[in-house]
Design a protein around this ligand. Structure first.
Ligand code: 13P
Length: 251
């Protein structure tokens, strides 16, 4: 299994020029790297400017439920899975804690977005993770179980292999307070157990699970070698070309 390194640029950078510069530096420096799958998730508006590296979107809309895809329609401000697919986008981040918090994204909406993305052939990166409060009140397992079970409701075994799960404890995002190796390892095991319960052991063992939350070039290696993750979802550090390249090269 190739290690998956995903850059989540969030709402950055502010100009097309900066975005191009960042993308080009990463593209040039990662040329020829074979053992790592690098995916860049820029804001929607920059997606069509880029080629030469795998792309992911940071969100997507759902048009209809029940496995019937409307290709387009009257949904002001939204972007459909088909539009992303047509641009050559391969991945889509769904259920990021920032979307859950600021856009009130619910598990039900996340589930619809996942199913529609899979139908179109996009690979969802489902983000899950507990808040500080949930962690301190011993609710981590419950939170992960609800988020994953609800998000994957109705997702068939044959589709499950196209899903990536990103474990992103909310308290570790953008704080510099990255999750310890031991805790990450135990969360990854919990997530595999939940997937095993939902599907089977084989799917649980082969599903790509990545970690996100204050990842940098100094802690990258310990996550990959000691926690059982299959990759990383990098926020802040992916906006600095040198640092992001360093993350990739440290593997
Ligand atoms: P940071 O790496 O900035 O903590 O962000 C993580 C994240 O939210 C990636 O999706």
């Amino acid at each position: 299994m190739k290690t998956l390194i995903v850059a989540n640029w969030k709402m950055n950078p502010s100009t097309k020029k900066e975005a191009k510069k960042l993308f080009d530096s990463v593209r040039k420096s990662t040329k020829g790297i074979k053992n790592i799958e690098v995916v860049i998730c820029p804001p929607f508006v920059y997606l069509s400017l880029f080629s030469g590296l795998k792309l992911g979107a940071q969100n997507v809309f759902y048009l209809s439920a029940d496995r019937q895809v409307k290709k387009s329609g009257a949904f002001t401000g939204e972007v459909s899975p088909l539009m992303l697919k047509d641009l050559g986008v391969e991945y889509v981040i769904i259920g990021h804690s920032e979307s859950r918090k600021y856009l009130n994204e619910t598990d039900e909406v996340i589930n619809k977005k996942i199913k529609e993305s899979l139908l179109i052939g996009l690979k969802p990166i489902l983000c899950v993770g507990e808040t500080d409060e949930e962690k301190n009140s011993g609710k981590k397992l419950e939170v992960l179980e609800v988020q994953i079970t609800q998000a994957l409701k109705g997702v068939m075994k044959s589709e499950a292999k196209n899903i990536v799960i990103a474990y992103e404890p909310v308290w570790a995002i953008g704080t510099g307070n990255n999750c310890s190796v031991d805790e990450t390892m135990s969360s990854i095991l919990l997530i595999r157990k939940i997937i095993s319960k939902l599907y089977n052991r084989e799917i649980a063992d082969t599903t790509k699970i990545i970690y996100g939350g204050s990842v940098d070039s100094k802690n990258t290696n310990s996550y990959i070698t000691q926690t059982g993750v299959n990759g990383l979802l990098v926020g802040g550090a992916s906006l600095n070309a040198e640092e992001f390249i360093e993350i990739i090269k440290s593997l």
